[in-house]
Ligand binder design. Structure first.
Ligand SMILES: [Zn+2]
Length: 501
């Protein structure tokens, strides 16, 4: 590779999906996000069909349709995503690829020409929020994609107003440290909710993001209906439709919960902010506040709680939409196997059991040998409750069983695999949990539902990151002409090299 002159960034050529783009090294491109872009294409195709009805039967990708969908990519960087949408989404009317950086917009314009999608994609040089505010009355979009570096919250107020009725909002957040509990105070200032450092932190992140978008939508009498929510690599991504109904906004309170999380054993309890009672005869809804109180200390281990939230406690996805998605994944997508695997696991997730435990959390708390997933899942199913994985963790236990049942299962496990008594320090969670009597009958006998269908089918269910340069990358630096991505590449493995010399 040729040595670059100082401050003269190298041109990268990238082929992804049906798009071929050129970009200066200083404009942000993250190859790990190919999965994100592939999945977004599948979602947009399925959404467009649903949204526009039967006219789609004649639609082809790469052609302009006056009755097709309009898409705004508010933070476009290289234009890659918009160009891929133009070439791979069926039934597009127009796509606006916007960026605040003039260098990025020059890239976008060149890439539009190189890919021959001038009739479908228009480059725009504007502040994303200003662009959306300018269009919120006269020219709303059928789909708005927000894929920022970091937190999307500053774009939400304008986005929820600029999306058409029933339109699709696609939002990424990459500030996972904030959302996953490393900085609850920052999370509150950005998302209006307190994050917690808990095993289910990735789902907590999704639920915080959804409540944040719902709060923005509610201000304008609108509400969200999530189609798909996922946590992957270093980001979370949510897909939802946005509708208008001030009446439905009243239901938001009952779609939100505070999360009480035990600092000792990690048990959690959700406390909804509102309750709805429906009159059987008149079907009229009555809104109220819950009266249920919580004890100051955990009933299992006698340790105190942290309180986080509010979080979205309603479903993270639409089962009907997921079922359609699963039949519409083009096999030629580079990340086909991963999309198929992740969507299959999501399709099996219990929809009305927010958050989850992990296997190691349960055994680690008690300092006992870790049981197999099959044993734990069988015990829960044998007790008459439901259990599923989540796509976020390969040892996750999502269940509608009370936490008491889980600890009973672990007490039963411990009676068969006794803990080293030296590890039972006075007043530790393990000591306090093991001291309590079992209430449920526990059987570890193999249950046929213990092995999920997606596993039997051999799908790629939990892909780890195989890429170099893994991570959210560096913020786009086109504005300052710096070249951090290059520096990052040069520094890859530098510590290792230094250590080995
Ligand atoms: Zn506890």
């Amino acid at each position: 590779m040729e040595q670059n002159e100082p401050n003269k960034p190298e041109t990268q050529e990238i082929t992804e999906g049906l798009a071929k783009i050129k970009t200066l090294g200083s404009v942000f491109y993250n190859p790990v996000q190919e999965f994100n872009r592939d999945l977004s294409i599948v979602v947009l195709n399925t959404f467009a069909k649903d949204y526009k009805g039967d006219s789609q039967t004649v639609w082809e990708a790469g052609h302009k349709y006056d009755d097709g969908i309009s898409i705004l990519e508010a933070l476009s960087a290289t234009g890659l995503r918009s160009i891929r949408y133009a070439k791979e989404v069926k039934g597009v009317k127009e796509i606006i690829a916007n960026d605040i950086s003039i260098k990025a917009v020059e890239d976008i314009e060149r890439n539009i020409c190189d890919n021959g999608v001038e009739d479908l994609v228009v480059a725009s040089h504007d502040d994303a929020t200003m662009l959306m505010y300018k269009n919120r009355k006269e020219r709303r979009f059928d789909a708005i994609d927000l894929d920022p570096y970091g937190c999307p919250s500053i774009f939400l107020d304008s986005a929820v107003q600029t999306i058409k009725e029933g339109g699709l909002l696609l939002v990424t957040a990459t500030d996972m440290a904030v959302l996953a509990g490393n900085s609850p105070e920052t999370c509150y200032s950005k998302y209006g909710a307190i994050s917690l450092r808990m095993k289910a932190c990735h789902e907590m992140a999704l639920r915080i993001l959804l409540q944040c978008i719902e709060a923005h939508a509610n201000r304008y009498g609108r509400y969200i209906a999530p189609l798909l929510s996922l946590s992957a690599d270093f980001y979370v991504r949510v897909f939802m439709r946005v509708f208008t109904s001030p009446k439905k906004c009243k239901q938001t309170l009952s779609k939100l919960s505070m999360v009480h999380h035990c600092t000792g054993c990690g048990s959690y309890v959700l406390q909804p902010l509102g309750v709805i009672k429906t009159n059987e005869k008149t079907k009229q809804m009555k809104y109220g506040l819950p009266t249920r109180g919580f004890p100051n200390i955990c009933e299992h281990c006698d340790h105190p709680f942290h309180v986080g939230g509010p979080v979205w406690n309603a479903p993270l996805h639409s089962p009907e939409f997921l079922a359609k998605l699963l039949t519409e994944i083009p096999e030629n997508l580079a990340t086909f196997k991963r999309i198929q695997g992740v969507l299959s696991v999501i399709n099996e997730e219990l929809i009305d059991a927010p958050l989850y435990y992990t296997l190691e959390q349960l055994s680690g708390t008690l300092h006992v040998e870790t049981p197999s997933m099959g044993a734990i899942r069988s015990a829960i199913l044998n007790a008459g409750f439901q259990v599923s994985y989540t796509h976020m963790n390969k040892t996750s236990i999502k269940t509608n069983a009370p936490s008491e049942l889980l600890w009973d299962v672990m007490r039963a496990w411990e009676s068969q695999h006794p803990v080293n008594k030296k590890r039972l320090v006075e007043n530790s969670p393990a000591t306090n949990i093991l001291k309590k009597e079992r209430k449920f009958e526990v059987s570890f006998e193999h249950h046929e539902g213990a092995n999920p269908q997606s596993k039997k089918m051999g799908f790629l269910r939990f892909q780890q990151n195989p890429m170099p340069n893994w991570g959210p990358g560096t913020r786009a630096t086109a504005m300052v002409g710096d070249n951090k991505l290059e520096k990052r590449k040069r520094n890859q493995g530098k510590r290792k090299r230094e250590a080995s010399t």
